[in-house]
Design a protein around this ligand. Sequence first.
Ligand code: DC
Length: 235
Amino acid sequence: MKAIKDSAAGVVIAIDGPAGAGKSTVARMLADKLQFDFLDTGALYRCVTLAVLQAGIDPRDEAAVVALADGLHIELDRESVRLDGHDVGAAIRTPEVATSIGAIADNIEIRQRLTQWQRSWTRGRRVVTEGRDQGSEVFYDSPCKIFLVATREERARRRLQELQQRGIAADYETVLRQQNQRDHEDASRPVGGLRKAQDAIEVCTTGLSLDAVVDKLLKLVRQRLAKCAELGTQQ
Ligand code: DC
């Protein structure tokens, strides 16, 4: 298990799943408990989308998007997301960004660049990452992959609650419809689409509290890492 022989330098715990399965909150909490860094890969796609919108470029103009993206400077850490030196933590979470992000996520050259960005960022670190393609593509050699799911209805209820807490008016039926559309886009993307890696552990979060999910993941991660360390020492 080569990945673990390298573990003195770095380990990536890869968490994937559909929107609303609880990935982001759970991955952050898990990273805190393990004292690992945290990487929100959706924020990268959101930064590129924001920059494209700010530049007035058509998100479907692949070449123009790539040319712009090549000049961008994105910095992520536990507390902030910075695009060319500006804090864009709130600006990347607007409905305008959400509406245009599909074209950016479909852009294969953008995916290649962001994949490289993610691999460089994690090199030598102990990191919990979350996204759609972490276990299946970006960190296919991760010793610990988790695929987080929840029923469509539960995910839509959580999303509705989140919007209401942010003071945004929304109704359940609309949220569910948008979610179905996003699930379809995420699953049908030929490169970087949402896919469960063969060796990923599926965890269903329906009906579980955040603490219960994190405890469950913590156990699974510790078991996997211990197992891999054991195999590593046997080689
Ligand atoms: O996780 P999120 O909602 O912030 O992600 C926003 C969009 O970015 C999502 O609809 C698909 C895309 N994305 C992706 O294609 N690959 C990733 N690793 C993360 C996000």
